[in-house]
Ligand binder design. Structure first.
Ligand code: SF4
Length: 249
């Protein structure tokens, strides 16, 4: 759901700001519902996002969150420059989190984001979703082969070596047909060795032709709660285009 959401959880006191984006330039992931909230109309996009950013600034000034995450159903770099400029006051004095597809994440783009936003810390979240290339490419159609995973692994090492105030996190998707549970647990273990943080996200289905949601074993739920930085089981931000999305209990 587009808007501003307050959380106080494992990640601390934080705001999630969901902006309207243009359709993701990649747009092929088999499970992705974000097209339901996107627009092709620049004027509508600017007006909607100006309203949401204004609300986020008001909440930031009243509630003083430690982290602010910006999502646009795609990559931050796909938002118009006007919107990127209007986000600047939100980034000041906080851990500023954004989502990107891996191809937007290079040492140059990281340095540019740091100069542009000057946050206390920049967190870039990338949706690799699963450590197994066959799950990413055949089940999810992520378009992020192992070569990209290895490139980002080396980039993280470089960012650490340079001492930049940047962390790169990843998502792990679970609860969807075609994603074996053992690969989810293994993804968390392996990703923890590569990334600065791991967030597990439960799949929900919004479009009837998308893959089916499947039940999650208690064993996996325990592993995820214990081993990840956050398990996202759903919530208001996951109401998309008026639908809560289906996920078996
Ligand atoms: S990269 Fe992200 S926004 Fe784009 S299609 Fe895949 S899941 Fe959706």
């Amino acid at each position: 759901m587009l808007g501003v959401f307050k959380y106080n959880d494992k990640l601390g006191r934080r705001l999630v700001v969901i902006l309207q984006g243009y359709p993701c330039a990649y747009g092929k992931c088999t499970f992705c519902p974000f097209a339901l909230e996107q627009t092709l109309h620049p004027a509508k996009l600017l007006e909607t996002n100006r309203r949401i950013i204004g609300e986020a600034l008001r909440v930031k000034n009243e509630w003083h969150p430690r982290r602010i995450a910006i999502f646009n159903g795609g990559s931050l770099h796909e938002l118009p420059l006007t919107v990127l400029e209007e986000l600047k006051p939100l980034a000041r004095g906080v851990v500023f989190e954004v989502e990107e597809r891996s191809e937007y994440v290079t040492l140059d783009s990281i340095r540019h984001l740091l100069d542009f936003y000057n946050p206390d810390k920049l967190v870039i979240r990338i949706g690799f979703e699963n450590i197994e290339e066959w799950v990413r490419e055949k089940v999810l159609a992520k378009g992020m082969p192992d070569s990209e995973l290895h490139r980002i692994r080396d980039l993280i090492a470089k960012v650490r070596e340079l001492g930049l105030p940047v962390e790169i996190w990843t998502y792990v998707l679970f609860g969807m047909e075609g994603i074996p549970e053992d690969t989810v647990a293994r993804s968390v273990r392996e990703f923890k060795r590569i990334f600065d943080g791991v967030i597990a996200i439960r799949y929900r289905r919004y479009v009837p032709t998308h893959p089916k949601p499947v039940p999650v074993s208690k064993e996996l739920a325990l592993i995820l709660e214990r081993e990840t930085d956050l398990v996202d089981w759903g919530g208001d931000q996951w109401v998309i285009a008026g639908k809560e999305g289906s996920a078996p209990g």
